[in-house]
Design a protein around this ligand. Sequence first.
Ligand code: ATP
Ligand code: MG
Length: 417
Amino acid sequence: MDQRTQTAAILAIGDELISGQCVDTNSAFLARRLAERGIRTTYHETVGDDGSAIVDALVRTAGLADVVIVSGGLGPTADDRTRHALAKALGVELELDASYREHLEAFFRQRGRPLSEANRIQMMLPAGAIPLANRMGTACGMSARLARADVFCLPGVPHEMRTMFDEQVLPRLTAGESVIVHRAVHTFGCAESDVGAALSDLMTNSGPVQVGTTVSAGVISVRITAQGEAPEQTRGLVDQTADEVRQRLGSAVFGQDEDTLAAVVGRQLLERDQTLSTAESCTGGLIGKMLTDLSGSSAYYRGGVIAYANDVKVSHLAVPEELLAEHGAVSAPVAVAMAEGARQRMVSDWAVSTTGIAGPTGGTAAKPVGLVFVGLAGPNGTDVAERRLVGSREIVRLRASRAALNALRLAMRDVRT
Ligand code: ATP
Ligand code: MG
């Protein structure tokens, strides 16, 4: 058996990538997925929509790695050059692929749209290449043997690329003899230094399991990685460390891997068969967005009021005018009244509210930029927390939204009904 570790090179194609107009998330996805398969990515390259540059890159990377994964440039337009480049690198002509033609005709028929002349180029594959089906779009993927490598060309659109990779490429890859397992444990509400102190012995990274932290707008994620030869054993090591991390960090942990605060709160509400509404001032609907980003959220999310102006806080959330006059809109009593007003008006079990100064303008000595009050009204009364958040407008709003969802998460943990 070949004991050599399999290696991969990743090639991203597109002018929008090299010009910085679009961030290359495809390559990051591919490298992570390959690592899970025990295939080590040793090389990344980004090339513009330039046919001969793509040919060069294909030939070069096919001499560097066992697997080359290409994304982008398979569309029907003139700037999509990948198929021609692959044909040229292979030294073959493009040929019509009859099976793909049927697929494409069915795809368009189903959508009641005519197949355009431009789409016909998408039925062409380099002679001898294997077509890779695209369930999400029109661009056919393709795979071929070039030099020492298996080359896979995938579409650029991220969800098309991901689906094709998982369904068409993964089953064709030979797993490496060692696997890499990643897990992330997410926390909210603690300082990175506290997390570091609680996990310092795990973070020395002297053993087979690597532990590190990353931070993003209040969410501190503990990343756990292990590489090993036996998949089960390696996963076991990672699971064991994740359990230890969860135990040490306690209620600050809200989930793992793909979990978001909104998703976790949504699950809690579903389990309890309860509902939520929102009253947002400084977050301007961001909490509502986070909640409704999830399909199925109508089962627990009643709705929200973006109460930016004082008189809207009065008319739509029943905030008493005297409170606004006495304490100002950015105050604990107003956050409380907003949450209670939303809970009552929208008839929900819970309601969260935010009022604050997102900045960069509008701060005063008494009420500086970043001051946010987060209210939470529930079956057992109303709570309010004062936060002093640091960061750009975007970060302040994101952290305030997450703080509101986290307050609700913790309240539901504590109040068992
Ligand atoms: P299509 O059939 O949709 O035209 P395509 O293979 O031609 O597919 P591209 O035209 O290269 O795809 O890319 C389509 C869009 O996908 C780009 O405009 C960009 O928004 C996104 N995209 C392309 N490559 C990447 C990448 N590496 N990372 C993130 N997004 C990407
Ligand atoms: Mg393109």
